[in-house]
Design a binder for this molecule. Structure first.
Ligand SMILES: [Zn+2]
Length: 274
């Protein structure tokens, strides 16, 4: 099996972790041990660990994510999450300075924390990320919580940030699903905007197979629109998807082997310096 890097996984030991319901649906126990053995089984050499959201809409504290990464050894790296308070940015930045080289990027929850990508509170974070070459990952697309804001999570909101800050490395999480076409336009337009393909296998209901066909079609179209796959990143959003299912879906895309390898690992290696 080809080696892969998963840029978007979650894990926590919090009982009120919102993702526990996805884990249950997928028959996953959702713990560190399972994640590491899933990486072994699927030839995933490295994963980026992001805070899951709690039932309250707040993220699991970053200190817990750092601790899990340390326990997981060199195969897990943390991405620090910012919530909507101004204090959170200060805290996250001092953690990033303390853990320089360990922290691989930042995550902004947008619609979950009712925070706009253009909120002035984020300007220090963008400055720091830009100066240190660290990517900023934005939640884009559907929110798992009914109370989440779709307006703030729409991929189009990133256009303004990317235009104002052409040197900032940006990742649109979940390819903006269902606004995949809009996300593709951002990748096409902005040299430093990328997207991860995590957490896409969630819809369909009784039309699950038809939905998977539709998803594949949309992702293929997105790659063709952009012109190649140099801006697409493999991500599972474990436990929203099992890593095996996420890899299986990728393998069915109608792109050449060079592009598949880019999605699976090369792009992640370059972008996050892994
Ligand atoms: Zn996620």
């Amino acid at each position: 099996m080809t080696e892969a890097i998963d840029v978007h996984v979650h894990c926590s030991e919090y009982k009120d972790d919102l993702l526990r319901r996805y884990a249950a649906q997928n028959g996953l126990s959702y713990d560190l041990e399972e994640l590491l053995s899933s990486m072994d089984d699927n030839s995933i050499s490295h994963s980026l660990l992001l805070s899951p959201v709690l039932e309250s809409g707040r993220p699991v504290p970053n200190a817990h994510i750092l601790e899990l990464c340390k326990r997981g050894g060199s195969r897990l790296s943390p991405v620090l999450t910012v919530d909507s308070s101004g204090g959170s940015v200060t805290e996250v930045l001092s953690m990033a300075v303390r853990e320089r080289g360990v922290v691989k990027g930042f995550k902004i929850l947008l619609g979950y924390s009712k925070m706009s990508a253009t909120d002035p509170v984020l300007s220090h974070l963008y400055d720091f990320a830009e100066a240190n070459g660290l990517p900023v990952m934005f939640h884009t697309g559907d929110t798992a919580l009914q109370s989440g804001s779709l307006r703030l999570s729409h991929p189009l909101v990133i256009d303004e940030v990317a235009s104002r800050r052409p040197h900032l490395k940006i990742v649109l999480c979940h390819m903006g699903n269902p606004w995949i076409e809009t996300a593709a336009e951002l990748l096409y337009k902005h040299p430093r905007v990328y997207a991860d393909l995590s957490g896409l296998i969630t819809g369909g209901g009784k039309y699950r197979e038809k939905y998977m066909e539709l998803l594949r079609k949309r992702l293929n179209e997105a790659v063709y629109f952009v012109g190649d796959a140099s801006k697409f990143l493999f991500g599972s959003d474990y436990p929203v998807e099992s890593q095996a299912d996420a890899l299986r879906m990728l393998s069915t895309l109608d792109v050449d082997s060079t592009d598949l390898e880019r999605i699976l690992r090369h792009n992640a290696r370059e972008l996050f310096g892994l």
